[in-house]
Design a protein around this ligand. Structure first.
Ligand code: FAD
Length: 178
């Protein structure tokens, strides 16, 4: 059995309290803007760890003609509200997208809780996260388990490893039960 849910769901499904890792919380801002020549495509904010991308810079079909689709995010500090984090995000928007407030045609915000993938605190590595092999033919897959890579790569790497382990026995015996 391969369990490929969030780690919180796997913890409940497998009744295993040890299935926990560090992850991050992030405030998300999606914007439709009237297009302006010279708008920045991509910004990594090294001061506040914010991030901004104007996705229509790569694929104009993502918004209607004359408009840009922008998605930006700011990590939430411990106890910080989404709205406060969005205020900290605004200086990044001011730098990347001049006069963006006057150009907004659509706006959506959200908070992503525990969705920034696994975080490995100093002194730990991906090897210290919950193991893929849970014993008794149960395998755990996802972006917070013990597999290398970043974000989606961890999910892919763990899935490949779980599939290899789950089918290793069946190949040896020449049978596969679905
Ligand atoms: C805003 C944002 C931007 C991102 N950008 C990138 C990026 O640019 N590059 C990148 O590599 N990664 C990115 N990621 C991370 C990437 O999306 C995840 O690392 C990846 O989707 C994790 O895959 P997963 O299979 O572990 O979990 P998920 O994709 O979350 O899949 C888990 C699935 O399990 C289902 N589920 C939950 N509970 C149960 C249950 N009890 N029973 C059945 N099903 C259940 C859920 O509905 C979900 O479909 C981003 C994530 C976010 C939130």
């Amino acid at each position: 059995m391969i369990v490929a849910t969030s780690l919180a769901a796997a913890r409940s499904l497998l009744d295993d309290e040890s299935l926990r890792t560090e992850s991050g919380n992030t405030a998300l801002l999606d914007l439709g803007l009237r297009r302006r020549p010279g708008d920045t495509f991509l910004v990594f904010d090294l001061d506040e760890a914010g991030f901004l991308e104007r996705y229509t810079g790569a694929d104009p079909s993502l918004a209607q003609s004359g408009e840009s689709l922008v998605q930006a995010q700011m990590p939430l500090r411990a106890g910080e509200s989404k709205d406060d984090a969005l205020v900290r995000l605004e200086p990044l928007l001011d730098l990347a997208l001049p006069e963006w407030r006057e150009r907004v045609t659509w706006r959506r915000t959200a908070a992503a809780a525990g969705r920034s993938g696994a975080l490995d605190p100093p002194g730990t590595s991906w090897r210290d996260r919950p193991a893929i092999d849970r014993g008794d033919g149960v395998y755990l897959v996802g972006d917070q388990v013990a597999a290398p890579g970043l974000l989606g790569e961890v999910a892919f790497a763990s899935a490949r490893r779980a599939a290899a382990m789950a089918t290793a026995g069946t190949a040896a015996h020449g049978t596969l039960t679905v």
